[in-house]
Write a protein that binds this ligand. Structure first.
Ligand code: GLA
Length: 415
């Protein structure tokens, strides 16, 4: 084995393909951590997964179409109902704790990670009858890598929503829990989200991608059985520092809203529904070149999702792997050139994966750092990961982390 001065792998190293902790053992660990923290047994353990978006990026907040899937990294919540109204939160990943009367919850008086959990209880209030006490103890064990663009915050919110649904017997539907999680993030924690992440975390089905129509949040599972076709999806967590993410995300949303307003349509989805050619012709009506490119991305991306979905309906992933790969590539290129949300490590990971034989590769999630995905032959995973690791070493980037993603089940109770 050899490595560079910075300790990064070179060609002769074996790059590790990391795996999420095994689910049952992880649930047991959360239970044990609860007992350590609170000194008694929890009522149960619930969990929700992180996600990758296969295609359909930066379209959810314009009522677009997305095709995410849940991954095997999950956030676990061990929890118990308690008398009175005291809400207590602890985490295995943070020293910060929260103890608050649940009637006092407001966006102003909870900050940091607890806002993503307390905000869910706050958002679920319409489902809680006045006489129900809302006291509970929660222990969080988040296994979705933080800052990876794999939706650790959505996993946290959605696992908390599952726990609260069960503990308080609320009778909410999965979609109502998705909406409570979105509201927790947007209205309580103050971080804008278009709803893709929470939908994927709650509604995904094992072995399937999730076709998500953000106009009405309707969903349908789409067979995405990579394993039986000897194909794989390689996730590269670039571990790229992302700065100004919130500002850039808000700026892209604002550009997309300007485009819709200029063209006098409620959303760019309404324009996309005219058909790709006609919708693109209408973009000439936008004078601002940057805003026009942003809209160009959204229109073409919505049509790429439609095509991807049609191909999956028409046969196996293997049968259409070249065209599916080309759609992934086109999505990335559009996010790089029209939407301008990629950074050098994302582009290097994608270019290297393509050169190493991937059918297609793209960034996934919000961008400005985070992760990429590559559709590859299952037996090429090591070789593609190795190529990316070497390219990162050459560029002097922080060493990336690699995972193989199989489509997993959404949020639920573990024990
Ligand atoms: C982030 C947001 C999502 C979505 C993606 C981009 O992950 O939370 O709602 O907008 O970026 O597709």
């Amino acid at each position: 084995m050899s490595s560079t001065a910075a300790g990064q792998p070179t060609d002769s190293d074996q790059v590790a393909l990391s795996q999420a902790p095994e689910r049952e053992a992880a649930a047991q660990r959360a239970r044990d951590l609860f007992v350590d923290a609170y000194g008694y047994e929890p009522d149960g353990v619930w969990s929700a997964p992180g996600r990758v978006n296969i295609i359909g990026e930066h379209v959810d907040y314009q009522d677009g179409l997305c095709l995410p899937m849940a991954i095997s990294h999950r956030c676990f919540v061990a929890a118990a109902r308690t008398p009175m109204n005291l809400l207590r939160l602890r985490s295995a990943q943070s020293e910060q704790v929260l103890e608050i009367d649940s009637h006092d919850l407001s966006p102003e008086n909870v900050t940091g990670w607890p806002a993503y959990v307390a905000g869910v209880l706050w958002a679920l209030r319409p489902f809680i009858s006045g006489s129900t006490t809302q006291g509970m103890d929660l222990l969080i064990d988040g296994q979705v890598p933080l800052g990876s663009g794999l939706s650790s915050s959505a996993a946290l919110e959605c696992a908390a929503a599952e726990a609260m649904e069960s503990l308080l017997s609320l009778g909410t539907t999965p979609l109502e829990r998705v909406k409570a999680a979105i509201s927790a993030e947007t209205d309580f924690a103050g971080a804008s989200t278009g709803g893709l992440d929470q939908s994927a975390s709650v509604l995904s089905r094992e072995g399937h991608a999730l076709f998500l129509d953000c106009r009405d949040f309707s969903t349908r599972p789409v067979p995405w059985d990579l394993a039986s076709q000897d194909l794989a999806l390689l996730i590269t967590d670039t571990r790229a520092e992302h700065s100004h993410v919130d500002g850039e995300y808000a700026a892209r949303r604002a550009d997309s809203e300007t485009a819709a307003r200029t063209l006098d349509v409620p959303t760019l989805r309404d324009l996309a529904d005219l058909g790709e050619e006609q919708a693109l012709a209408r973009l000439d009506g936008i004078e601002d070149e940057v805003v026009r490119r942003r809209a160009h991305h959204i229109i073409t991306e919505i049509h790429r999702v439609r095509r991807f979905d049609d191909l999956l309906a028409a046969g196996t992933v293997r049968e259409h792997v070249d065209e599916l790969g080309a759609l992934l590539n086109a999505s990335h290129d559009s996010l790089r050139d029209d939407y301008e949300v990629t950074v050098a490590p994302l582009d290097v990971a994608v270019d290297t994966a393509r050169a190493a034989g991937a059918y297609g590769a793209r960034m996934t999630g919000g961008g400005f750092g985070g992760s990429t995905i590559a559709l590859i032959e299952a037996d090429a995973a090591q070789q593609v990961a190795q190529a990316i690791a070497s390219a990162f070493a050459e560029h002097g980037f922080t060493a990336a982390q690699f995972f193989l993603a199989l489509p997993e089940e959404g949020a639920g109770q573990d024990r």
